[in-house]
Design a protein around this ligand. Structure first.
Ligand code: DC
Length: 227
């Protein structure tokens, strides 16, 4: 019997815990976890490396046909490749976070990444996280979750994450960067960050990581059972 392919879309603002929670939930369910933010970050990195400004739309659009972005999986972990180079670590800096947010407002960038994202969900069950997965990329996803938390809680978590990686950042810097990205992601004309009408909202402000994973798994399991 052919196994049913199920798509779970998880959208929400930066620092809500999407990637950690989605990765853990995917592992429990045996689904592939797709982190779409990594794709925008990779284009941001390509633009940054070329010395193009993140607000130079024409420069960004010209970069697209010159680069190749691929997703691969190694022991279940997603890796993102820029022209064959594994840039999974290089894209995780505050500078590239800003570039990613800037390039993501360009419609050509979103169109460039559309098929790659949809293809991932065609033949395998996925949990895909991003900003427009439930609204644009996978509008027919079986399960849609909007994962959020207060800006302060999100900044505290992101700050701890960056410090763990050895980056010296202050909470104020992270909160300011997060607020700027939130308004950019919510305010852009194309595919803005917003909750899909049929998404279930999960607020992780007062939940531990384990409780957040449980809450997400509960929503997914209930939807899979058709509740
Ligand atoms: O999830 P993240 O912080 O790695 O995402 C980086 C940036 O990419 C974020 O500022 C918004 C953008 N993004 C997007 O526009 N659409 C997505 N599906 C995922 C990320």
């Amino acid at each position: 019997m052919k196994q049913e392919v199920i798509a779970v879309a998880i959208d929400g603002p930066a620092g809500a815990g999407k990637s950690t929670i989605a990765r853990a939930a995917a592992a429990q369910l045996g689904f592939v976890y797709v982190d779409t933010g990594a794709l925008y970050r990779t284009i941001g990195l390509a633009v940054c490396r070329r010395g193009i400004d993140g607000t130079d739309t024409a420069g960004i659009v010209h970069t697209l046909p010159e680069i190749r972005v691929d997703l691969t999986y190694c022991d279940g972990a997603q890796h993102v490749l820029l022209d064959g180079e594994d840039v999974s670590d290089a894209i995780r800096t505050p500078e590239i976070s800003v570039y990613a947010s800037q390039v993501s407002v360009v419609p050509e960038v979103r169109a460039y990444l559309l098929d790659l994202q949809r293809d991932m969900a065609r033949t395998q069950s996925v949990i895909m996280d991003g900003r427009d997965i439930g609204t644009v990329i996978l509008p027919d996803a079986r399960v849609k979750i909007f994962l959020t938390a207060s800006p302060e809680k999100r900044a505290v978590r992101r700050c701890a994450e960056l410090r763990e990686k050895g980056q010296q950042v202050t909470l104020d810097e992270v909160l300011a960067d997060m607020t700027r990205r939130d308004s950019q992601d919510e305010g852009r004309a194309v595919a803005p960050l917003k909750q899909a009408a049929d998404a279930v909202r999960v607020d992780t402000s007062d939940l531990t990581l384990d409780e957040s994973i449980e809450a997400v798994l509960r929503v997914i399991r209930a939807s899979m059972k058709g509740e």
